[in-house]
Every structure is written in C-alpha cells, then in structure tokens.
Design a protein around this ligand. Structure first.
Ligand SMILES: [Mg+2]
Length: 531
C-alpha cells in the first residue's frame, strides 16, 4: 500500500474533541495490548489544581519555618501562573532554568526575576549547561514539582531581595558569619517536601483525605474505563508508589459511584476492577532491581514477612517487587503491556527503556497548551512570517556578498513574539516549547511516550481494536523543501548517495521509495500490528 508523505498539519484526521484525543509518537495497535496498567497519583487520581499545589506549598513552608527558615515565608501565597514542569534547579547559582533537549538555555529565572543578556552570560558563558547525570542540577519534571519550583523561587527571592540584612553572593547569601548556599536551600526544600510525602509520617496524605472533594477530581469515567477494559477481555493492573492505606482510600473514593460503572451494571469494589495491584512500588527502582515482593495483610495494612514467591492469587494486594517478577506473575511480555502514567521518568522512560513496555503519558497541562495553540494561532503565524522575512533578506545572496545584512529588527521582533507567546501559557511559558524550540520535557515525551493525552480516560473514546498511527516526523530537509521541487536535479553532491546514482529519472522499481517520494509505509503499519 503506497501513500505519499504528508505534512504534519494535514495529518489531523481524528474527529474527536481535541481534549478527548490521544496523540501518537509511535504507532500502536490496541488490538495487541493484553494488559492495561495504571499509575495512581495524577493518573487515575487527578489532583485538583491549584488547590492541591496550594496545600503542598503551605505544608512545605510550615516545615521550613519549623526548621528555622524566616517567619516572613508564612504570608506568601502560591502563584499557579509561575511554575512549569521540566525546569532545572541550578544548585550552585540558585537559578531555575528552562532548557532544550541538549541543555541550551531557553529561559533563566533567579527568585522571581528573569536573567537576560550579559548577566546570563556571566552565569553561563555559552548559554548552555551539561545537566544530565550532574548532581549540580535538580530536574523538576513531575506534577509534584510545581509547588517545589515556586518554593525555590520564593525562598531565593526572600533571602536576595526582602531580608536586607542578607547580602547576595554568586552561590548563596551571607549575614555576618552565616553563609547560606543555594545548594543548601535546594536540599532543605527537597527534604521538607519528601517528609510531606512519606506514607507513615507525612502530613500530605491525611490532609488530602480530610477533604477529598477539595483535592481529588472524582470522575465516573475512571471506573467505567477499567470496567470496559475488562469487558473487552483484557487485564488491568495498578502499580503505584503510594502505600496500601492511602491507595485504598483514594481508589475507594474514586470508584464510589452509586450508579455503577455502566448503566445497568451494579456498583463495583475498586479491587475488583484490577487483576493485579502493587502498592509501594518504589518506581523507578521497580523497573530495575526493585525491592522484595511482599503480600499486604489487608486487615491491618501491614506487610507479611518474607518474599512472596507463589502464584498470583486474585484479590490479593502486593507491595514492592520489580517489573520482571511482576511480568512473570502476570504472564506478560513487555510489548503486551500498555502502562499509563504521568511521571516522564519514573513511569514512562524507565518502563520503556528497561522493560520495553508500551507507554501512555498523561499530561494534564495539554488542556491549556491546546487552548493556546488553537486560540493564539496568529502568534505562531507571526513567527512563521518573520522567518519568511528573514529568508527574504538573504534571498539571491551568496558567498560573494560583502555587505552586512541588517536583521536586528527581525531578531527583536521574533524575541518579542516568543515572549508574548510564552506569557499566554504562564510566566515561564509552555511545557513543550519556547517559540519554535522544543523543551527538554518535550524531547523526552517524544522519545519515550508512545502515546500521550490530557487524561487516561481518553482511552474511552477509542475502540479496543484501534490502530494509533504516528504522523510522519519530517526532518528539516523534508519540512522545508516542497515535494514538487524534489524531482529537480540539484547538483552532483546529492546524487552521490552510496551505491545509488539518481539522475532525476524514475528510479529502478526495486528501490523502497518510488514515484516522486511516495513511500510505502505498510512496513510501519505491520510493525504496529504485530507489536
Ligand atoms: Mg503519578
């Protein structure tokens, strides 16, 4: 079957409501998925924003004040328009950085102030950081990172600008003999947040369950989705880092729908909607060596002693383990599993890289990202127009040109439009882009998430036999050269492909691409069907 390569813009053939669509990075046939796995926090249990972030913010501030941080923190309110996921915290200089996939800096903020130009170059001479596997940089890429980002900015701003007896230095602040490094601020904030999340002693979970209506979105489509997966003859599982007690409370709340999962179907218990349940999974460790797999005593919530090595008994709940033991118990191979989660590293990258699971990333921010994409289309057009204007400036010029072309106003205009566009998303801009450049978060999503959507319930809007097809990913040499021009012979260099001499005439019939770059994509489709 032959199809021409089409542009990404013309690939929009899904007629579902935009917010209900699932977007595809790599083709995947639902027909071949035998096991649908789910994370709980921010995947099945969607926490309400900004109420949940405000709760974490105020509890963490209380904790920091308890540890000796200034009382002035107390009156500060959480600002939901400030943070965006995927930032780095540079512990050396106390800056928050938005970077692209390669570490090029897209934005830098110190406290609440943006850092530009010469000041930015003093911190980072090449506007670049080597951040992966570098302890100097903390990666803030989960939804739980949103309040953490705002706390870091708030504490840095307080010491730098509000507490006048502290003097700012490059790597911290000083008051007499006392030096507080930005690194120690980063560590203190991290520890305060970690203590909040602890199953046994943390205050976040009990506070959440004191008023679940305030903090958790109760969506009847959650039990409906799990019920429908099982009705379609597939298996479901839950792998969560939360402990048994909290998981039971949250899932009972989510599945407590008086009318049942479907009309005419009686109410179901949350545990009956899963074939296998693992709590305290300790992802990402779960996808590597993991921990001991133990059975949970559901009466007391405590763990039974010893490693569990028996067969899976339906209705039992397990704690810990690792993905290999888990797959064995389930009788599943990596490609049979679609795992749905919101954590790009712990849920998506690790399950894909270590176990070859198929992956579905939940990105609640997509609702707002799509709003801006559709409502502010004129800004994207203005950037395109400015890029065309730039090309026009260099039109018909070659290496013989000696005059310097003045493009100052075009560069200034591009900067202004990009900034205006960023502000439509929030103070730190889009999760996925900065103007026409993609963020580190976007590159990780593209690489490791086969599918992504605003919510896991979007699966309800597709049949379980659906083939998700990825749009063509065009390279710059394809996206900037029109099809009709590619039949023209451009010169000797492009014809020097190893072993092939293309002279502009019809290529031999056995080459994979025939007739004006129409490519046979059936191989890709076959792959999706057999994966
Ligand atoms: Mg989660």
């Amino acid at each position: 079957m032959k199809r021409s390569i089409v542009t990404q813009e013309s690939m929009s053939v899904d007629t579902r409501q935009v917010a209900e669509r699932i977007f595809v990075n790599r083709s995947l046939s639902l027909e071949n998925i035998k096991f649908f796995g789910f994370d709980m926090d921010y995947t099945l249990a969607v926490y309400k924003s900004p109420a949940y972030e405000e709760l974490q913010f105020s509890l963490t501030i209380d904790k920091l004040i308890e540890q000796g941080y200034p009382e002035e923190l107390k009156g500060i309110k959480y600002d939901p328009t400030f943070p965006v996921r995927g930032l780095l915290f540079d512990k050396l200089y106390g800056n928050l950085l938005k970077v692209d996939a390669y570490g090029n800096i897209l934005s830098c903020i110190h406290g609440y102030e943006f850092v530009y130009g010469e000041e930015l170059r003093q911190y980072y001479p090449n506007k670049f950081v080597q951040f992966e596997k570098q302890p100097r940089f903390g990666i803030l890429n989960t939804l739980f990172s949103l309040p953490e980002i705002y706390i870091l900015a708030t504490v840095v701003d307080l010491f730098d600008n509000k507490l006048t007896d502290f003097v700012k230095q490059k790597d911290g602040v000083r008051k007499g003999d006392v030096f507080i490094s930005y690194k120690s601020i980063g560590q203190d904030v991290r520890m305060a947040m970690d203590s909040l999340h602890k199953s046994a002693t943390g205050s976040l979970k009990p506070k959440t369950m004191e008023d679940p209506d305030k903090y958790i979105a109760k969506d009847p489509r959650i039990p409906k989705l799990l019920y429908r997966i099982k009705k379609a003859g597939r298996k479901t599982f839950l792998v969560t880092n939360s402990g048994y007690k909290y998981t039971k409370q949250v899932m009972t709340y989510l599945c407590d729908i008086p009318e049942g999962p479907e009309p005419g179907v009686p109410k179901v218990q949350w545990k009956d909607l899963f074939d296998l349940i693992v709590v305290d999974a300790k992802k990402p460790l779960f996808f590597e060596e993991g921990t001991a797999l133990r059975q949970v005593d559901e009466k007391t919530g405590s763990l039974r002693i010893g490693h569990y090595t028996g067969k899976h008994e339906k209705g039992h709940v397990y704690s810990g383990g690792n993905s290999e033991v888990f797959s064995e118990i389930l009788g599943a191979e990596g490609k049979d599993i679609l795992y749905v989660g919101d954590h790009i590293f712990g849920d998506i990258l690790k399950s894909k890289k270590q176990q070859g699971w198929r992956t579905y990333l939940v990105v609640p921010e997509l609702v707002q990202e799509l709003d801006v994409w559709t409502e502010k289309r004129d800004m994207f057009d203005r950037i395109k127009d400015l890029q065309t204007e730039l090309s026009e400036k260099y039109k018909d010029l070659d290496s013989n040109t000696t005059d310097k072309i003045d493009i100052t106003h075009i560069r200034k205009n591009i900067k202004e439009v990009v900034h205006e566009m960023e502000m439509c998303y929030g103070q730190l801009g889009s999760l996925f882009r900065s103007g026409s450049r993609q963020t580190f978060f976007a590159s990780q999503s593209l690489r490791f998430a086969d599918l992504y959507a605003t919510s896991c319930v979007n699966l309800l809007y597709y049949p379980f036999s659906y083939l998700f097809r990825a749009p063509s990913q065009l390279m710059p040499h394809e996206s900037t050269v029109e099809h009709e021009k590619t039949t023209k012979r451009y010169g000797p260099i492009e014809n020097a492909r190893r072993g092939v001499t293309y002279d502009g005439n019809e290529p031999p019939s056995k080459t994979p691409c025939v007739e004006n770059h129409e490519c046979d994509e059936s191989e890709e489709e076959d792959e999706a069907l057999t994966n």
